[in-house]
Ligand binder design. Structure first.
Ligand code: NDP
Length: 437
């Protein structure tokens, strides 16, 4: 289907259909393997030398088992639906997203603080009620790999639903007075596999729930927080001691997650919301990859605890603080600048009307915020110190994600700003790391 509102996609990302199939099969398998490698009953010390696919995969059952395992589905669906109910009923600030191609703007409710507070209250209540036993956290810890597989299957179903629903016309009218849905510019190729993977519809919604925004902010990010907590809780129940490395990773990542919650309106201008459709790539990334691979450090530490001691803890906190300062200050500077503040900073007036900042953090590299974010990721890996390379997967993966993201953003900005972007590139030649790249 193509129209003036929804032109046909002719440029393919991620290696087209082959890449889409490869990522859709490969990344879930990698995620399961990573979790299997650090499961408590099968932990391989020196896994590079001992690694054996069959051994690591051992214990994974056929898909039919997971599709029919009622307790796992009940657990996950309660999680997904209760958070959605919180999202709907709890109050929040009303905000509008960026202008869409039909000239309209969508409304969003920003209530992450209220939803997180409700979740923490429920946890505190259950803690009181169960004398600190928290069976829900224990279930999460004990069934982590199975639940990871459930989220993969759920992501497949959710993205299939979104793909099919993208063909159903709107109930009402759009800004162009037709009942056409707005599709992602990159997701309307007509190739079902590719469009399913990359996301066909730009902003699929069920009633008041915006599936993309909700999946990006709630069930994955908060599950990541909960998995970390379940590792700390499990370790305490087993050893009756509080491990400093586990406390540290919980604090550092908890801080990052709740900082994201406090500043959640920032996602409204991110390419995931403004440009990408909601397909398997985002659904899997939000619902599986974030909670089940970003929590690998905590998982590792719960299986093989390390006592870091004051000096190492201080060092890691310093690395995180440095990364966070760069990340937050750079993002804040762009946001303030775009709101008309910081007029004294040097910038380029573009023909599109907006200005490109080329001073302050944005004069050092084109994405100092990415660099700060990457330093943060390194600080988390450092909580497992030099005991295993496995947990450094996160920093390596995050580097490739940020590099790919920078290239996609560059392509977008080249198309959008033309010669003005070339002038900006001359003024700010480094892309992420000053004097390196
Ligand atoms: P940016 O915040 O860097 O935004 C890029 C956009 O900003 C461009 O498309 C352009 O948009 C505008 N822009 C670019 N250069 C300038 C400039 N010099 N002056 C003014 N505006 C400029 O990227 P993202 O949205 O990708 O990322 C936002 C944050 O989210 C980052 O800190 C990133 O690290 C983090 N992130 C975290 C992830 C995670 O998994 N933890 C995943 C992805 C991102 P316009 O069209 O408006 O001009």
């Amino acid at each position: 289907m193509q129209s003036k509102l929804n032109p046909k996609t002719t440029e393919f990302e991620f290696g087209g259909t082959i890449g889409a199939i490869g990522i859709s099969v490969g990344l879930p398998i990698l995620t399961i393997l990573l979790n299997q490698m650090i499961r408590p009953d099968y932990f391989i010390e020196g896994f590079f030398t001992n690694f054996n696919f069959a051994d690591v995969w051992n214990g994974i059952k056929p898909i039919s088992y997971y599709l029919t395992k009622a307790d796992l589905w009940t657990y996950y669906l309660i999680w997904y639906i209760v958070l959605a109910v919180f999202d709907i009923i709890l109050p929040g600030r009303k905000m509008q997203g960026v202008e869409l191609r039909d000239g309209t703007k969508l409304n969003y409710k920003i209530n992450g603080v209220a939803v997180s507070a409700a979740l923490i209250l429920v946890l505190a209540f259950r803690y009181q009620l169960t004398d600190g036993d928290l069976p829900e956290l224990q279930y999460l810890y004990e069934n982590q790999v199975d639940l990871c597989i459930i989220t993969i299957l759920f992501s497949v179903m959710l993205s299939t639903y979104c793909y099919v629903a993208s063909f159903i016309p709107l109930w009402g009218k759009n800004g162009n007075n037709t009942n056409e849905k707005i599709l992602a510019l990159g997701g309307n190729s007509g190739n079902p596999i590719y469009d399913w993977f990359i996301g066909r519809e730009l902003n699929p919604r069920i009633g008041p729930i915006d599936l993309k925004m909700y999946s990006e902010l709630r069930p994955g990010m908060l599950l990541w927080f909960l998995i970390n907590l379940s590792c700390l809780h499990h370790n305490y129940l087993e050893t009756a001691k509080i491990n400093d490395a586990l406390v540290l990773i919980n604090c550092l990542q908890g801080f990052y997650i709740f900082d994201g919650v406090l500043n959640e309106e920032g996602v409204l201008t991110m390419m995931d919301i403004t440009t990408d459709g909601f397909g398997f790539m985002l659904a899997f990334g939000d619902l599986t990859l974030v909670p089940f691979t970003y929590s690998l450090q905590a998982r590792y530490l719960s299986v093989s605890p390390i006592e870091l001691g004051t000096y190492r803890v201080s060092f890691i906190v310093t690395v995180m603080a440095l990364g966070f300062w760069v990340f937050r200050a750079a993002n804040q500077q762009k946001s303030d600048f775009r709101q008309g503040k910081l007029a004294h900073l040097k910038s380029i007036q573009t023909k599109r009307g907006t200005k490109l900042l080329c001073d302050g953090w944005w004069g050092k590299s084109q994405h100092m915020n990415y660099f700060g974010d990457w330093i943060i990721s390194l600080s988390w890996c450092l909580t497992t110190w030099t005991q295993t390379p496995l947990t450094y997967y996160y920093s390596a993966y995050f580097m490739s994600l940020l590099l790919h993201r920078q290239q996609r953003d560059e392509q977008k900005c080249r198309g959008k700003y033309g010669k003005d972007w070339e002038e900006y590139e001359k003024k700010v030649p480094y892309k992420i790391v000053p004097y390196v790249y």
